[in-house]
Design a protein around this ligand. Structure first.
Ligand code: NAD
Length: 419
C-alpha cells in the first residue's frame, strides 16, 4: 500500500513540485492512506510545526495542538488583539459581563474589539483610559495614536485548513482559490479524477507564484482523488488531513451532478439514487469528514454546503426532479447540522447559487443556443453569474466575518428569486 502511494506521489511530485495527489477508493484498488500517509507526506514536503503560535498581527491562533482525540482540555484560545475563540471558553460566559466593553462576555468578538467597539476603545485610549483594547486603541503616546481598519482581519483565514469537494474545476476550484487568497495554510481539493486537471494545475501554480511574489510562505492547494459517495474514504481523508495539519477549520461541499431532463413520472430508480448519492449523501459525508476533525481539535469551524436556488424554486421548463430534490435535502441537512453542532462552535450554512456558467451548465447552454438568453431573462440583472461572483460570500462564510451566521441559506442568484 505504502509503495503504491509512494509511486503515485513521485509521479505527481515530478509533475508539479508542490502538488501531492492522494488516491482513494478506485474500484477496490485504492490505497488506505491514513496510516501510510503521514510520514510520506512529511518527508515529501516541508516539516509540519506541531505547535503553532499566535501570529501577533491581530488574527492569529494560540493553538495547543496536541491532537488529543478526547479533547478534554482547551486547545485553542485567542490572545489579546486576535485569534479564534475556543468553544469551551465561549460557551462558559453566558452570564458574565465583559469587563471592558459593557457587553455580555459571550458577545465579545474573538478578534478583540472591532467596528464601533474598537472606535470606543480608541476613544477611551485617547482620553487616557485605554482599557478596552482593540486595534490601535493603545499607543506609545497614550492618546491620539494611529488606528487601523480591522475588517480584513475579520475576513482573514490565516493559518487555517480547509477541505473542498468537487474542487478539480468549476465552483469548487474557485472556492478553494479564494480560501488560499484569504490566508488559508492548506486547502485540500477532493474530486474524482485520479490526477488533477489542467485547470487545477494552473490554479495551484498561480497560488505558488502569488506566494513567492509576496516573498512570504503562502498557502497551498493539495489534490486528493476520492469519491464523495464513499463515507469511509471521506472520513479517512479527514483524519489524514487532521493528522498532518493538526486542525480543520473550513469545509466546502461542492461536488455535485446534474442529469439530463427526465420525466418525473418515468424517473428511473437507479438514476435518482445516483444523484441523491452524490448531491445529498456525498455532501453529508464531506461535512462529516471535516466536522469530525473540527470537533477533534476543538478549533471550531465553518461548514458550507453548496446547495442551489433549485433547492427552493423549480427551474422553469427543466425536468430536474432528482437534482431539485437533492438540493432541498441539503438545505435541511445544513439546518439540522447547524443545530447539533452550534454548541461545539461549528457553524453550518448553505450557499445557493443561481445560474452560473461551468462545465455542469455548459452541457445545457452549449447545446441549446437560446438557453443563455432565456436564463439571463429570468433575473433582474439580465445575465447569468460568474464563478468569481461567489468569492466574497465564500470568504465571508468561511471566516470570522460571519461568526453569528449558522443554519442559514445564502442565495446568490442575481435576483432570480425576487421575481
Ligand atoms: N453552475 C451552476 O449554475 C450551479 C448553480 C447552483 C448550484 N451549483 C452547484 O455547485 C456545485 C459545483 O457545480 P459546478 O457548476 O462547479 O459543476 P462542475 O461539474 O463544474 O463541478 C462539479 C465537480 O464535482 C465533481 N464530482 C462529481 N461527482 C463527484 C463524486 N462522486 N465525488 C467527488 N467529486 C465529484 C466533478 O468531478 C466536478 O469536478 C454543485 O454542487 C452544483 O450542484 C451549480
Amino acid at each position: 500500500m505504502r509503495k503504491a502511494f509512494a509511486a503515485s506521489l513521485s509521479q505527481v511530485t515530478a509533475l508539479r513540485r508542490r502538488c501531492i495527489a492522494w488516491r482513494i477508493g478506485g474500484g477496490g484498488t485504492g490505497v488506505d492512506i491514513a496510516p501510510a500517509l503521514a510520514p510520506l507526506l512529511v518527508q515529501a514536503r516541508q516539516p509540519i510545526c506541531a505547535v503553532r503560535c499566535s501570529n501577533g498581527n491581530g488574527n492569529g491562533y494560540d493553538n495547543n495542538n496536541n491532537n488529543n482525540p478526547n479533547h478534554s482540555k482547551a486547545y485553542s484560545t485567542y490572545s489579546a488583539g486576535g485569534g479564534h475563540a475556543n468553544a469551551t471558553t465561549a460557551a462558559a460566559t453566558t452570564t458574565t459581563t465583559g469587563a471592558t466593553t459593557g457587553r455580555p462576555a459571550q458577545s465579545q468578538s474573538p478578534l478583540g474589539p472591532v467596528g464601533v467597539a474598537a472606535a470606543l476603545a480608541a476613544a477611551d485610549a485617547a482620553r487616557g483610559g485605554g482599557d478596552r483594547g482593540g486595534a490601535g486603541a493603545e499607543n506609545e503616546e497614550g492618546r491620539g495614536g494611529e488606528v487601523r481598519p480591522t475588517l480584513w482581519d475579520e475576513f482573514s483565514l490565516r493559518d487555517r485548513v480547509a477541505l473542498v469537494s468537487g474542487a478539480n474545476r468549476g465552483l469548487g476550484l474557485e472556492m478553494a482559490l479564494v480560501l488560499v487568497e484569504a490566508g488559508a495554510r492548506a486547502v485540500y481539493c477532493v474530486d474524482l479524477p485520479a490526477r488533477p486537471g489542467k485547470e487545477w494545475a494552473a490554479v495551484a501554480e498561480y497560488v505558488d507564484r502569488m506566494a513567492s511574489g509576496r516573498g512570504e510562505v503562502g498557502g497551498r492547494l493539495e489534490y486528493v482523488s476520492a469519491d464523495v459517495r464513499d463515507q469511509e474514504a471521506m472520513w479517512r481523508i479527514g483524519e489524514g488531513i487532521g493528522d498532518r495539519e493538526g486542525r480543520m477549520d473550513v469545509c466546502v461541499a461542492a461536488a455535485g451532478i446534474l442529469k439530463a431532463h427526465t420525466d418525473c413520472l418515468e424517473y428511473p430508480a437507479g438514476e435518482f439514487e445516483e444523484v441523491m448519492n452524490v448531491n445529498t449523501n456525498g455532501v453529508l459525508y464531506t461535512a462529516q469528514a471535516a466536522g469530525r476533525q473540527m470537533v477533534r481539535f476543538g478549533n471550531r469551524g465553518s461548514i458550507i454546503l453548496i446547495a442551489s436556488m433549485s433547492g427552493t424554486i423549480t427551474n422553469r421548463d427543466h425536468a430536474w426532479v432528482s437534482y431539485n430534490t437533492s438540493k432541498s435535502a441539503v438545505l435541511q441537512m445544513a439546518r439540522s447540522m447547524a443545530c447539533e453542532l452550534g454548541p461545539k462552535g461549528i457553524r453550518v450554512n448553505t450557499l445557493s447559487p443561481g445560474h452560473i456558467y461551468t462545465s455542469m451548465t455548459a452541457s445545457y447552454l452549449d447545446t441549446q443556443p437560446d438557453l443563455l438568453d432565456k436564463w439571463s431573462g429570468l433575473n433582474p440583472l439580465g445575465r447569468i453569474g460568474r464563478p468569481d461572483e461567489l468569492r466574497g460570500v465564500i470568504a465571508w462564510l468561511a471566516s470570522d466575518a460571519s461568526t453569528f451566521c449558522t443554519g442559514s441559506d445564502i442565495l446568490v442568484s442575481g435576483g432570480h428569486h425576487a421575481w
